[in-house]
Write a protein that binds this ligand. Sequence first.
Ligand SMILES: N[C@@H](CCC(=O)N[C@@H](CS)C(=O)NCC(=O)O)C(=O)O
Length: 103
Amino acid sequence: MISNSKSKLRNALHLEKHINNYFLIIIMLELYQFEECPYCQKVRSMLSELELDFICRNVSRNREERTMVKLISGQEGVPVLVDSANKKVVVDSAKIIEYLQTR
Ligand SMILES: N[C@@H](CCC(=O)N[C@@H](CS)C(=O)NCC(=O)O)C(=O)O
């Protein structure tokens, strides 16, 4: 009986941890990018300089294969920044950098 309660508590704590991680992920900044893209590099540097955590969404080098980028931003170019907490999608490295600096 006691071990059953302990196991329920353990499961509840485990679930809570996952739920907390889930919300942490949604409020984070997401950068759609690929490593060799010089515009993406500029944005990554600024995110580091501002000590901002972000999720890196690595996309194909082939623009026709960037389905999520197209869906989210209405165009295929990267970098694209998604700031879910502020419901913003920002396209173009210069605009993203300006957004990050004034956010
Ligand atoms: N002016 C844009 C240029 C971005 C750009 O040319 N990105 C390339 C990758 S390095 C790209 O995605 N090209 C495909 C396209 O523009 O559809 C910026 O500064 O972000």
